[in-house]
Design a binder for this molecule. Structure first.
Ligand SMILES: *Cc1c(COP(=O)(O)O)cnc(C)c1O
Length: 410
């Protein structure tokens, strides 16, 4: 925390500079510290470092200077303009992980024990859902799943089950873009003295800052918009209880071994510098594309929180700066139309994942969910003609031209 506290007035000034410290060799950028271990001047110094009397790096599973810059930058972005209840600028601590799932694992294992429960919503990232279904029950930790868009149901669950220790939110959710109300749910959780965690991957700290509403923890898959270029899988856990983060969370992180690596951290630092300008462009393009597709004759429905037809339109507007860059469309022509559209794409990329500079399209019925029986797929809202889109930062007229030619005659 030796970093000078410059009073950044703009998000990008902060995103460019925050977390950076002068390199001892005067390198402009923080180098990729590709070193598993760190050395001591003397046995006494080793003693001081191990007993935490002196700050310093020891072993890269515990921390590394390249991770530190990425961690401080994300922490600064999540706290930008956010004050504590005393009016002081909020400070949080971040731990950089190998993946979003590794960060979620540290979150759960450091906070929960056998007998505890998590309250969450039914629409979550598949990996988080599977973790609650397949891994946590073996540790004696159960998930209570209710529709968290209904605050009465959320309160009933909190009242009925004192074993609930954490409320776990993800908004907008992957991939449905369903939103839940962070402010209302956090207030409710705090009334019953529960911890609140929020997966902020889809929004990023530029669009939405959950610490503003009093959540205890934020997690990100940095793989998506934070890295922004699709060059590395990564994740981060941020917490406002610094004492907990430095002790229980750090110990769990060190022993689970879910740390990042210096090369991926370096890529992440560089990606995050342009977060604001990328998100502005992503969201601007997404709005134009949603408006175009909403009236296209091959399209039955556009699912985008930026459209007033979306049930979470007002909630997204309340807690997010812009409605994000993820949407899905439903083609009138079903499976065949979906396959044809995917085959004809020339500019847009056919792949899963999201949050990169290029526009990504995925047709779950013929890709991720091929082989899942239709009736089962449709339970998750994955109909034959559903196309998922992560809108990129290309010039919007080119994306529109590619969509137009790929939808022609469908
Ligand atoms: C991708 C994703 C994750 C998992 O992150 P990985 O980096 O793939 O481990 C978690 N939450 C959300 C919302 C995601 O989109």
């Amino acid at each position: 925390m030796a970093n000078k506290e410059f009073p950044y007035t703009g998000f990008t000034s902060l995103a460019v500079h925050a977390g950076h410290e002068q390199d001892p060799n005067y390198a402009h950028l923080t180098p990729i510290y590709a070193s598993s271990t760190f050395v001591y001047d003397s046995a006494e110094q080793g003693m001081r470092r191990f007993s935490k009397q002196e700050e310093g790096y020891i072993y890269s599973r515990w921390g590394n200077p390249t991770f530190t810059e990425a961690e401080k930058k994300i922490a600064a972005m999540e706290c930008f303009g956010v004050a504590t209840t005393n009016g002081d600028p909020l400070q949080v601590k971040a731990l950089l992980h190998a993946s979003g799932m590794a960060a979620i694992t540290t979150l759960f294992i450091s906070n929960l024990k056998a007998g505890d429960k998590i309250l969450s919503h039914f629409s979550l990232y598949g990996g988080s859902q599977e973790m609650m279904d397949k891994i946590l029950p073996g540790l004696g930790i159960e998930a209570v799943i209710v529709d968290l868009r209904d605050l009465n149901k959320a309160e009933e669950a909190l009242k009925a089950d004192p074993k609930i220790r954490m409320v776990y939110l993800e908004t907008p959710a992957n991939p449905t873009v369903q939103c839940v109300d962070i402010a209302e749910l956090t207030q409710l959780a705090k009334k019953y003295n529960k911890l609140v965690a929020c997966d902020n991957t889809f929004a990023t700290p530029y669009l939405q800052q959950p610490f503003r509403y009093g959540v205890d923890f934020i997690i990100h898959s940095t793989t998506k918009f934070l890295n922004g270029h699709g060059t590395a899988v990564g994740g981060v856990l941020l917490g406002r209880d610094i004492e907990f983060m430095n002790n229980r969370a750090a110990k769990t992180y060190q022993l689970l071994g879910g740390n990042s690596n210096p090369f991926d951290a370096f890529l992440l630092i560089n990606g995050m510098r342009t977060l604001e300008i990328r998100m502005e462009r992503h969201c601007h393009n997404a709005t134009e594309i949603a408006n175009y597709l909403e009236v296209h004759k091959a399209v039955a429905k556009v699912n985008y929180t930026g459209l007033s037809s979306h049930p979470d339109h007002y909630l997204a507007h309340k807690q997010m700066r812009h409605p994000g860059a993820i949407m899905s469309i439903e083609l009138k022509g079903g499976l065949q139309a979906g396959i044809q559209m995917m085959d004809r794409l020339q500019l847009c990329t056919r792949t899963v994942s999201l949050g990169t500079c290029d526009t990504l399209l995925c047709h779950p019925a013929s890709m991720t969910h091929y082989g899942v029986p239709k009736a089962q797929r449709e339970q998750y809202g994955i109909t034959d003609g559903l196309i998922r889109m992560s809108i990129g930062i290309e010039n919007v007229q080119d994306i529109l031209m590619d969509l137009e030619q790929s939808l022609k005659g469908l």
